[in-house]
Design a protein around this ligand. Structure first.
Ligand SMILES: C[S@@+](CC[C@H](N)C(=O)[O-])C[C@H]1O[C@@H](n2cnc3c(N)ncnc32)[C@H](O)[C@@H]1O
Length: 215
């Protein structure tokens, strides 16, 4: 189980990247959170980029962000949010192991790539939701063909070390179903032209629910 995340280089990099996002990414962030209500858990909030997009039907956001430099920025972003946001420096694994009142929704954006054992964490997230509660996700995912090969090379070399343990060739949609969620709506999106030779260009955005019969 991950106890801490301490990544000064990535924290600096993400501070710059998260404040220079394209309109396409910001639009997807807004879409990922549209229509949410009640109590929400956000996993690995980074600098708190999502906070401004929560609709005011959300009563509370509990955000976990274990990298303390990023958590400090998320705490500042929380002050300006339209909805109440609290930021904890727990890893999601620790937060889930400690137990909590059930959530109406869990939000994952650009984070399931960075967690050591995302299959286990997704099962933990299922257990933190009320029956019928939703997982909203916006994640870059494994591609086919040449880009898939590029992703495997990137993952085996410098990419995870440079980008805060990010793994580009994850079959995240399969992991979500494997954890016991039912996908209600999902699609793939390209956030840059397909000819750009970057391993993180293809995203999955979707909503998945905890089946009502699962406790
Ligand atoms: C690429 S950033 C994305 C941040 C944010 N979700 C967003 O959409 O901008 C990945 C984040 O996951 C966090 N993270 C990594 N491992 C984690 C863990 N075990 N538990 C919770 N957060 C984690 C990192 O500290 C980092 O802030």
């Amino acid at each position: 189980m991950s106890d801490t995340v301490d990544n000064p280089f990535f924290a600096r990099l993400w501070t710059v990247m998260s404040t220079h996002e394209t309109d396409a990414i910001r639009k997807l962030r807004r879409e990922n959170l549209a229509g949410l209500s009640g109590r929400v858990l956000e996993v690995g909030a980074g600098t708190g980029t999502n906070f401004e997009f929560y609709p005011d039907t959300v009563s509370e956001v509990v955000a976990v962000e274990p990298e303390r430099r990023l958590a400090e920025q998320a705490q500042r972003a929380a002050v300006g949010a339209r909805v109440p946001v609290t930021v904890s420096t727990d890893t999601v694994e620790h937060f889930a192991a400690a137990g909590s009142e059930p959530f109406d929704a869990v939000v994952c954006s650009l984070v399931l790539c960075s967690i050591d054992d995302s299959d286990t964490v997704l099962r933990q997230l299922l257990s933190l939701l009320r029956p019928g509660g939703q997982l909203r996700y916006l994640e870059h995912v494994a591609s086919d063909g040449g880009r898939g090969r590029l992703q495997r090379i990137a993952d085996a070399t410098v990419w995870p070390r440079l980008f805060g343990n990010c793994h580009t060739h994850r079959h995240t949609e399969q992991s979500i179903v494997g954890a016991g969620f039912e996908v209600e709506g999902a699609r793939r999106e390209w956030t840059m032209p397909r000819w750009v030779p970057l391993p993180v260009a293809e995203f999955a955005i979707g909503r998945a629910v905890k089946p009502s019969l699962v406790q």
